[in-house]
Design a protein around this ligand. Structure first.
Ligand SMILES: *Cc1c(COP(=O)(O)O)cnc(C)c1O
Length: 340
């Protein structure tokens, strides 16, 4: 059985969080003279440390209770927070699959945690027996699973993911940064089944708010409350909370843009496959395509000379470049240059 107390670092278990002025008094008053703020100005007040309004809106959109939502300064803050909560530097280990998202590794190094990387199979799927073996490793505390996966773009098999969550005594973080583009259901629906599960999503991709830096973690109220204790008190600015609330109003344009990106992705897939220098296009449930070409650095250079920047992923997947789906005009330009 999973027990949160067995997995928390001792310093975190016993942590008494910073109590901000806004925590100690949050009602109405004639004058707030408790936080050394400047009484003049537009953004002169500290923001709501618990982002109540934003969480209420996200709770509606995601159909999940507000005490199961954590908001970070991008998913990157959440990844770092998880290392600090669950992994003792120089002792504990984390695990992920390769090819995968670079931040799990960078954050592991910053926190002096060893990250084990298990290669996905040739279809970019989880190798079950190799993975199952490692789950009983005592120093392994945390597993990152990115689905749809960056940079391959495919959704990982849900039954393999469930096998991991149910056999592992530590924390499993499913990074669903691209799930709004995918057809498969989110693991949000399985939070009640798995007490060791954290689902991570972001407003950076499908919602188009990368500039606002808003990442989300969904988990049990117990785990979310630990995250709240460890985060910097005012990690989401007033301006960002307000702007996100405004942009989250329009779910119609959100859906419209997703449909447009998916349509463009299908067109790009088809047209790329007809280009001589393209060897294959990997199936994608995200807003990008991993494309295997004859020579990745040559394709990268040609595109760059034409003013188009893509990601050369050769060191992860041989001779592959990752192309984000842009506007129809931008996508046409990619096709034109690759055809030449
Ligand atoms: C883009 C991306 C994110 C989002 O990160 P933010 O810090 O929220 O912008 C998270 N995970 C993966 C795998 C991504 O590709």
């Amino acid at each position: 059985m999973f027990d949160l107390n067995n997995i928390l670092r001792d310093n975190i278990k016993n942590l008494k969080p910073y109590s901000s002025a806004r925590d100690e008094y949050s009602g109405n008053a004639r004058a707030f003279l408790d936080a050394n703020e400047n009484p003049h100005g537009l953004y002169n007040r500290y923001p709501d440390p618990h982002q109540h309004l934003l969480k209420a809106r996200l709770s509606e959109i995601k159909n999940i209770s507000a005490d199961q939502i954590f908001i970070g300064n991008g998913s990157d803050e959440i990844i770092d927070l998880c290392y600090r909560i669950f992994c003792r530097p120089g002792k504990d280990k984390a695990m992920t699959f390769s090819p995968g998202y670079g931040m799990y590794e960078v954050s592991a190094r910053i926190n002096d945690v060893e990250l084990i990387r298990i290669p996905l199979d040739t279809d970019f799927q989880i190798p079950r027996s190799e993975t199952k073996e490692i789950l009983s490793n005592d120093s392994l505390k945390m597993i990152f699973i990115c689905s749809p996966n960056n940079p391959s773009g495919n959704t990982l098999d849900h039954s393999a993911i469930r096998m991991i969550i149910s056999h592992f005594q530590g924390i499993v973080i499913i990074d669903e940064a691209y799930s709004d583009f995918a057809e498969t259901p989110s693991f949000l629906l399985e939070l009640d089944t798995f007490p060791n599960l954290i689902v991570m999503q972001t407003l950076s991709k499908a919602w188009g708010m990368a500039g606002l830096r808003l990442g989300m973690a969904f988990s049990s109220p117990e785990i979310i409350s630990v995250m709240n204790r460890v985060k910097p008190p005012y990690n989401i600015s007033e301006a960002n909370q307000k702007e996100a609330l405004r942009l989250l109003e329009d779910t119609e344009i959100f859906q419209h843009r997703i449909d447009l990106i998916k349509k463009e992705k299908r067109r790009m897939e088809k047209e790329l496959r007809h280009i001589a220098s393209v060897e294959s296009v990997f199936p994608s449930d995200a807003n990008f395509l991993l494309v295997k070409v004859k020579n990745a650095s040559e394709a990268y250079d040609k595109l760059r000379q034409g003013g188009i920047i893509v990601r050369n992923r050769h060191h992860q997947v041989e001779n592959s470049i990752r192309i984000t789906i842009g506007t129809p005009v931008e996508n046409d330009l990619v096709l034109k240059i690759l055809k030449e």
